[in-house]
Design a protein around this ligand. Structure first.
Ligand SMILES: Cc1cc2nc3c(=O)[nH]c(=O)nc-3n(C[C@H](O)[C@H](O)[C@H](O)COP(=O)(O)O)c2cc1C
Ligand code: SF4
Length: 493
């Protein structure tokens, strides 16, 4: 179940007028922009999107190459490769950059994008750390194996059942009793965190400092990120984007919910401390001229979470530290995520914060289009007002030339990010630039793609994954029903 606003309004894709080739050539959208030593040919940007195409041990596959090669054919200014793990630990079919053995595949990826865009598109890679998230257990298994039974449980169980014999009861009996107990009783016996582990699966937090590997994060992460960034440079990427957004480790340090008492939580200045230390370690390894940016949240959209004022503070600190660009996202948190089915992991895009991250057509009166741009604009104004002018990337429901050009003209952002519209039509930037905007396949913002991501299935778009299946060289998804890539533009129709 994915969250939607109450009484949603079903919006329609905005009518739009596409530019002629001459208009496009004179537009802001298709003007170059400088990011540190990097020049983007145009201000179009494909933000990170995980397509579930890596091997189970994190290597680049033919399908990964094809996915990015297909985006590159549309010649955007830049593509950011999906969230790629900085550690050398098993993490399922997500790309990894935590060891030199990943370098050959990543080099191929750089070469593929260079060739497919004829050298026009710059390639960055998003690097991420995340904590452990377990699948939701069977109730019986949770009580038999996972609950750590202590005095507190004996007391609360004795109280709730008005039966003192539980105070000295055999642990096996307690486990068996609780496994069959009604929800009402379980809610009296377990604390909030245990209830969450039962109903959503166990999830580590940066505040679990009683665990040695969580306590030591500030000591280990700077080097791990720095080594990953150095590998990105060695593989030939034009830059790295540090993933400080959504539900993952670095965003959790920035979060207002981070109450660590070791100088890395609590006040804004303590919460930003590790993100800045990671940045400095990265910068030291990759040098002053290499492009290092950050993706972070303009608003966490969760109770007690960071808001726009926090984002503005962080943005100014990031700018002062020397980051080369700021890419704003919104929400996408675990805290308000829906309970998954038994055997599945909680997905951070199912609550309100997830909705705000990838807003759909079933929306409130504001609708999904350019929905998060005012927040990016506020961040940009705030950094500009203190004398920083590093580029700001905005994303969220941007799908027309008119929207993009307006955002740039009003100075609300410097670069236009479009994730789902580019998935719907990887050629849309090229079509627009060539004056063929009326051929753009328009995203309908119903989030079929996000549903596939949630199910850890190879991500495709409903507008093209069942068409022209009989053409030669079509590669199919593992379920053999969907094509994995958008049809070639020139052979369409
Ligand atoms: C399938 C899918 C995977 C995504 N994976 C990532 C990711 O790896 N890192 C990230 O920062 N954002 C990720 N996002 C969020 C997008 O980058 C983007 O912020 C969001 O979709 C809103 O932009 P849009 O309205 O242009 O789609 C993903 C989005 C989708 C649809
Ligand atoms: S599946 Fe739907 S939301 Fe996703 S890119 Fe395609 S049209 Fe857009």
């Amino acid at each position: 179940m994915t969250w939607h606003p109450a009484n949603p309004i079903r919006h329609t894709i905005p009518e739009t007028r596409w530019p002629t080739q001459a208009e496009a050539a004179a537009s802001l959208l298709f003007q170059p922009i400088q990011i540190n030593s990097l020049t983007l040919e145009q201000r179009t940007w494909v933000p990170a999107m995980v397509p579930w195409r890596a091997t189970d041990d994190g290597f680049v596959t033919r399908e990964v190459l094809d996915w990015y090669g297909r985006f590159a054919e549309g010649r955007p200014g830049a593509i950011v490769v999906e969230a790629t793990g900085v550690r050398d630990v098993a993490s399922g079919p997500l790309l990894r950059i935590g060891h030199d053995r990943f370098l050959p595949g990543l080099r191929d990826l750089v070469e593929t994008v260079r060739a497919a865009s004829d050298g026009h598109t710059r390639l960055l890679i998003q690097i991420i750390d995340f904590l452990s998230v377990k699948r939701r257990p069977e109730k019986s298994k949770y009580f038999a194996r996972f609950l750590s039974v202590g005095e507190r449980h004996r007391r609360t169980l004795a109280q709730a059942t008005e039966d003192e014999s539980w105070l000295a009861a055999d642990e096996t009996n307690m486990r068996a009793f609780l496994a069959d107990a009604a929800d009402e009783l379980i809610e009296k016996v377990l604390d909030e965190r245990e209830l969450e582990s039962l109903r959503k699966g166990y999830r580590e937090r940066v505040t679990d400092t009683h665990l040695a590997h969580i306590e030591e994060l500030p000591r280990v992460l700077p080097d791990i990120f720095a080594a990953a960034a150095a590998r990105a440079r060695e593989a030939g990427f034009d830059g790295v984007e540090l993933h400080y957004a959504h539900a993952y480790t670095m965003a959790s340090f920035l979060s207002a919910l981070n109450t660590r008492a070791d100088g890395y939580g609590g006040s804004r200045s303590s919460r930003v401390r590790l993100p800045l230390e990671v940045y400095r370690a990265v910068r030291e390894r990759v040098g002053a001229s290499y492009t290092v940016g950050v993706r972070f949240l303009s608003d966490e959209v969760i109770a007690g979470g960071s808001r726009l004022e926090d984002a503005i503070y962080f943005a100014q600190e990031f700018a002062r530290a020397g980051f080369d660009f700021l890419s704003l996202s919104k929400g996408g948190k675990f805290e308000d995520a829906a309970a998954p089915k038994v055997g599945h992991a909680v997905y951070p895009y199912t609550g309100e914060s997830g909705y705000e991250c990838m807003p759909t057509i079933r929306s409130d009166e504001r609708g999904p289009f350019s929905r998060n741009v005012p927040l990016a604009a506020a961040v940009k104004r705030a950094i500009n007002s203190v004398g920083f002018h590093l580029p700001v990337v905005a994303a969220g429901g941007i799908c027309t030339y008119e929207q993009a050009e307006e955002i740039l003209r009003r100075g609300e952002a410097d670069i236009i990010g479009a994730a789902r519209q580019t998935l719907a039509d990887p050629d849309w930037f090229l079509k627009t630039r060539l004056g063929k905007g009326d051929e753009v396949r328009r995203c309908t913002y119903t989030n079929y793609c996000e549903g596939l991501d949630q199910a850890h299935k190879q991500v495709t778009c409903k507008l093209w994954d069942r068409v022209q299946l009989d053409k030669p060289n079509v590669s199919f998804s593992r379920d053999a029903r969907r094509r994995l890539l958008a049809p070639e533009w020139k052979t369409e129709g």
